[in-house]
Design a protein around this ligand. Structure first.
Ligand code: FAD
Ligand code: NA7
Length: 555
């Protein structure tokens, strides 16, 4: 450590974010590698997504028994999920339980947003600055920023001058919002809107939904887990995790009976009906080629369209709610509880803003096509600047002071979704080019963090600095694009494609090859000595701390 009093504190590693990704990274680096690690978290608590997204109806749509950590058997055995899909308070309580159990909070600065992280090329250290004035130096920068943490608010004239309350689902007030007897507008009908709308309708005097694009939604069929189910899961947990580990999405779903064309029309209908009744993301596995073949996909899309028409009584509303111009599943499929039924209520109206976008927000409401819809509260369920937003909103600079926004000008570039050329010793959890968004994200997080921890352990032992090579990165970006091109995903204007953010390059952001294939490739890279990474000597001088095996250190 330097004797210079103005020299910032030296750490081995900085983790940014204390969601499920950052919490696990902190635990592995601090407690398994014995590194001096500090995590910085903008929120005042752990949990990330489940700390911020407290809107009515917020819950996971990967089943809780799998949407949870698997790395610690005792943790697994000590937690009992109450429902098939846990609601936000239970997910947050789980994150807090994990933080307590592994004593994570002592290594986290809460309420501390990282404003800048610059790589000091000469010293081979990351200089990290926060909004609270802290500055530290660290050998490793581990970004656990979340790929859905940068909320996206629409640029609508007059919104700032609205006289009532405006809340984004991704920043829901912790004390809740009293919607009783209020006239409420919800703008946006993606997963968050579709979860919130039935709940808000129950509370509000009147709900007006402003819809730009109808999304496909499948019943969640959420329910409490029975004691027998919990006991069965507990007895079989390792086997269940192993089974999920072989699934492309890290989930347990019944295998598809084949490609759609292999089945008769009756068999196709029966398969879709069975999965519709079972509820959940397994609907996407009705056919092996569900997300690859237009005809297969169209069969499933038509099935859902029929269910919408059947459920929604008003013909015009049903028509507006029926997606028509993109394949099902290529915008993130939504799971709902009574979403379509909600439009049968007299106190709920739907306004399409497809042909006539919102003209402006007035002090008392929302104007569309010359009609003023008077409301007291506006809920923005308008999503996130996915994957890249959390990076580009921070002053993140690699070698030569190059900002990440410049490196990613034409779309993000990464090697394996965990490293970026020009950003040595920076490791990204669920970064662009990783499977994350197309999987049970907890499974992806565990894979990423374990792989990154192994790599950092290797660098510590060998005294090296790692940087993704441009050629390896180019090949990975091509591979991500090629795999996406075999699917129907690029056919929708989705956040997977960056299409929800004006001016954002249209690039398919996650890796669509599935978690097992991804894991295989990462393992191969590691087994072969981290191919695709340039490893250069750290040349540790007096100003560069060697690893201090001090798991208890904090400052
Ligand atoms: P996050 O939970 O997003 O945590 C990132 C943290 O980093 C945040 O707390 C943020 O405050 C912090 N941060 C970001 N930038 C900075 C900075 N500059 N300085 C300091 N702190 C910073 N995934 C599933 O698999 N299944 C689901 O059912 C599911 N449902 C979801 C529902 C919603 C409404 C949303 C928004 C996401 C959902 N996801 C789901 C995805 C979810 O984001 C991941 O499952 C997971 O929680 C991500 O964990 P994370 O730690 O990577 O990121
Ligand atoms: P999504 O899925 O991006 O949905 C956002 C919704 O908001 C969607 O219907 C958008 O319409 C709509 N939107 C976005 N911007 C505007 C503007 N400017 N005007 C009108 N409507 C707009 O975000 P969610 O929060 O629902 O879900 C994100 C993920 O979190 C989800 O996939 C799960 O993985 C969890 P569009 O479809 O773009 O026309």
């Amino acid at each position: 450590m330097s004797n210079n009093p103005r020299e910032p504190r030296h750490l081995d590693a900085v983790v940014i974010g204390a969601g499920f990704g950052g919490m696990y990274a902190l635990h592995r680096l601090r407690d398994d590698l014995g590194m001096d690690v500090r995590a910085f978290e903008a929120g005042d608590g752990v949990g990330g997504t489940w700390y911020w997204n407290r809107y009515p109806g917020a819950r996971c749509d990967a089943e809780s028994i799998l949407y949870s950590y698997s790395f610690d058997q005792d943790l697994q055995d000590s937690w009992t999920w109450s429902e098939r899909y846990a609601a936000q308070p239970e997910l947050l309580a789980y994150a807090e339980h994990v933080a307590d159990r592994f004593d994570l909070r002592r290594s986290i600065d809460f309420g501390t947003r990282v404003s800048a992280a610059h790589y000091d090329e000469e010293r081979k250290l990351w200089r990290v600055s926060t909004g609270t004035g802290t500055e530290v130096l660290a050998r490793y920068l581990v970004t656990a920023l979340g790929f859905l943490s940068a909320s996206q608010s629409p640029d609508i004239d007059g919104l700032a001058d609205f006289g009532g309350e405006v809340h984004h689902t991704g920043h829901w007030p912790h004390e809740g919002v009293d919607l009783d007897g209020k006239r409420v507008a919800v703008i946006g009908t993606g997963s968050s809107g579709i979860q919130a709308i039935p709940e808000i309708a129950r509370q509000a005097a009147h709900l007006t939904v402003f819809q730009r694009t109808p999304h496909f939604s499948v019943p969640a069929r959420n329910r409490p887990l029975t004691e027998e189910e919990v006991a069965r899961v507990r007895a079989d947990y390792p086997a269940l995790r192993a089974e999920a580990g072989e699934n492309a999405a890290g989930l347990i779903v019944a295998a598809a009976p084949g490609n759609a064309a292999d089945l008769s029309p009756e068999e196709r209908a029966a398969e879709l009906q069975r999965r519709w009744e079972a509820g959940g993301l397994g609907f996407l596995s009705s056919f092996e080629d569900f997300l690859m073949d237009e005809d297969a996909n169209a069969t499933a899309a038509e099935f859902v369209r029929e269910r919408i028409q059947e459920t929604v009584r008003d013909a015009r509303t049903a028509e507006l709610l029926t997606p028509a111009d993109y394949p099902i599943g290529t915008k993130r499929i939504c799971l709902d509880t009574g979403y379509y039924e909600t439009y049968n209520r007299d106190d709920v109206s739907l306004v399409s803003i497809r042909e006539h976008p919102i003209e402006r927000v007035t002090p008392t409401g929302v104007r569309v096509n010359g009609v003023d819809h008077e409301v007291d509260v506006i809920v923005l369920a308008t999503g996130f600047d996915a994957f890249t937003g959390p990076y580009t909103r921070m002053d993140l600079r690699g070698r030569g002071g190059r900002p990440i926004s410049q490196a990613w000008e034409e779309g993000p570039r990464s090697y394996l979704g965990v490293a970026v050329a020009g950003f040595p010793n920076m490791f990204t959890i669920t970064g662009p080019g990783s499977p994350s968004a197309l999987t049970n994200v907890l499974a992806s997080i565990e894979q990423h963090v374990d792989w990154i921890t192994d790599h950092i352990g290797y660098l510590e032992e060998s005294g090296m600095v790692a940087e993704a090579e441009e050629a390896a990165q180019d090949a990975w970006v091509d591979h991500v694009g090629e795999i996406a091109s075999y699917t129907l995903y690029p056919k929708a204007g989705s956040w997977y494609m960056g299409a929800n953010v004006p001016g954002k390059p249209r690039v398919f952001l996650p890796y669509a090859g599935g978690l097992p294939l991804y894991r295989e490739q990462c393992d191969k890279v590691a087994a072969e000595g981290y191919t695709g990474f340039a490893h250069t000597p750290r040349e540790c001088g007096p100003a560069h701390d060697p690893v201090r095996k001090n798991p208890n250190s904090s400052y």
